[in-house]
Design a protein around this ligand. Structure first.
Ligand SMILES: [Fe+2]
Length: 260
């Protein structure tokens, strides 16, 4: 059972966007762009743009360095965006929202070529939005109550998140998800680009466990990377907003929840 998320404190001011990049709306709000022939009649193949983290690239230091964020966001995430746009230029799946594209391309566990890049574009946007400068600490009241109800205590939740992240062999993601049918929070990890949307779960927190996410700052020490994420980076305020949205969408019986 979901506890109501009403009566929460007002939102703090949103951190500044990256100063060198024009802010772009999230893909789910923007949706795929319509093909429009240019004056030279060349084919337009850019459907999704690189979304911007909601803080400066050095704002997560010392727990995530500016160099690590710029490489991760500016190169790896950009590569996924470029890859997705190339796929969509020739894909029959053009025209879906990103969330529907992920679910469709997952193809019941036999992913189509579009799946990997589509899921990674979504996952990375969600990951940056899962953090904030001076994050960590304790969740806000409504979320804390839900965590205590579903895990027994916040300590238990933290232990479960660490255990799940460290037991994943190879690349992937660790998530806090809302199980739609049970209306219960759960920690899960997924391999490679797999996104819990494919199983009908509702993502609440994502943490990137690909080596490119932490090697520059932590080398092979995944434990300290995950621990610092929980203690200093995770945005419990964003989690509160996501829980409120999830509660509303589940109550309405909506099959898909947009990324933001
Ligand atoms: Fe990544």
């Amino acid at each position: 059972m979901l506890l109501p998320m009403r009566g929460l404190p007002a939102a703090p001011p949103r951190p500044l966007a990256h100063p060198h990049t024009a802010p772009a709306p999230p893909p789910s709000l923007l949706g795929p762009r319509r093909r429009r022939p240019s004056r030279r009649l060349s084919k337009v193949v850019s459907y999704y743009g690189l979304t911007t983290p909601p803080y400066k690239t050095d704002a997560l230091e010392p727990y995530m360095s500016r160099r690590a964020v710029e490489l991760h966001w500016g190169k790896h995430q950009q590569d996924y965006v470029d890859g997705l746009n190339k796929q969509l230029a020739i894909s029959p799946l053009y025209g879906h929202t990103l969330e529907d594209l992920i679910k469709e391309a997952y193809n019941n566990g036999n992913p189509l070529p579009e799946y990997n890049d589509a899921a990674e574009v979504w996952n990375h946007h969600f990951f940056w939005e899962s953090m904030q400068p001076e994050g960590g600490g304790s969740p806000e009241a409504g979320v804390l109550q839900q965590i205590e109800k579903d895990f027994g205590s916040f300590f238990n939740f933290r232990e479960e998140f660490m255990r799940s992240a460290l037991s994943l062999l190879g690349s992937g993601w660790v998530w806090l998800v809302l199980k739609r049918s049970e209306r219960k929070l759960e920690v899960v990890h997924t391999r490679n680009a797999i996104n819990p949307l494919a199983f009908g779960d509702i993502p609440i927190i994502s943490l990137d466990l690909w080596e490119h996410a932490y090697y520059l700052d932590y080398k092979d020490d995944r434990r300290t990377y995950v621990s610092n994420f929980l203690d200093h980076l995770v945005s419990w305020h964003t989690v509160t907003l996501r829980m409120m949205r999830a509660e509303a969408f589940v109550n309405l019986g909506e099959p898909t929840i947009p990324v933001a």
